[in-house]
Write a new protein. Structure first.
Length: 262
């Protein structure tokens, strides 16, 4: 274990003030949960703060007990956790993938004044299976990622005013744990002992995990650099690994890995 136990605040902390009105001077916000913040300044302003965001992409009809149909359409589930100083009626959420030339808008639930509790809004976007290129682990294909633009707009006297605007990277893939029984053909031809399979499937292709645990890069979080993370991950790829797992100490002391790790 580390000689020094990580403790205390290891990431930037912010005091967030929310404006009680919507005007043309409201800045567009950045990536949650740092937003809202005006460009080129440390000032935090605006009527809405994005406390949490979740992007989940899966197949139509897929759930924890139903395996994905690889030919079904994709569902892009975008959920935002908001703190708002104003009540916003008839707001809309716009989602787009510029590389795919896809854009869709959704009417959202009216947003009430909510500074003490998080208010959630969700949009579900259906995209045809054949449009995006799928993400694969590096040993099965290309780890393709796309930019997803998210814009929350509110009506104003002249036109629609953007009050939340951020971009995040994401990909299209399915993953499932295969635990079906080996077929008689596998038993006869491969000499496998009768029993259940235990491996993952990514986009319907068998995926066998090969990798190592990663301990925190440095007990002093601020000393971790992007170059360190890149060197380690590139080394793992060259060694034939397709998975790395952050290691948790038995003392339940956890150092979160650098943001560049993801």
């Amino acid at each position: 274990g580390p000689a020094f136990v990580p403790a205390g605040i290891h990431k930037p902390a912010y005091l967030v003030t929310l404006s009680p009105s919507i005007g043309q001077s409201v800045p567009q916000t950045g990536t949650p949960p740092v937003s809202p913040s005006a460009s080129n300044t440390d000032d935090v302003s605006g009527p809405i703060f994005v406390e949490e965001s979740s992007i989940d992409i899966y197949k139509q009809g897929q759930n924890f007990s139903v395996p994905p149909n690889q030919n079904a359409d994709w569902i892009v589930n975008v959920t935002l956790g908001l703190r708002s100083a104003v009540a916003i009626l008839q707001s809309s959420l716009s989602l787009s993938f510029p590389e795919l030339n896809l854009t869709s808008s959704f009417e959202t639930t009216d947003i009430p004044v909510s500074t003490n509790d998080t208010f959630w809004i969700t949009a579900l976007w259906s995209i045809s299976d054949h449009i995006p290129q799928r993400w694969y682990p590096h040993n099965l294909g290309t780890p393709k990622l796309y930019n997803l633009n998210v814009v929350l707009s509110a009506p104003s006297s002249n036109n629609s005013l953007s009050i939340v605007n951020f971009v995040t990277r994401t990909g299209f893939r399915t993953i499932e744990l295969a635990q079906t029984r080996y077929s008689q053909a596998d038993i006869d031809k491969r000499g496998i002992w009768p029993g259940d399979q235990w491996h993952f499937k990514v986009n319907g292709k068998a995926f066998y995990a090969s990798g190592n645990n990663i301990i925190p890069f440095d007990p002093f979080y601020a000393r971790t650099s992007t170059d360190q993370v890149r060197w380690l991950l590139e080394s793992a790829v060259k060694a034939g690994h397709n998975m790395v797992c952050p290691e948790f100490y038995l003392e339940a002391v956890v150092t979160l890995q650098s943001e560049s790790f993801s």
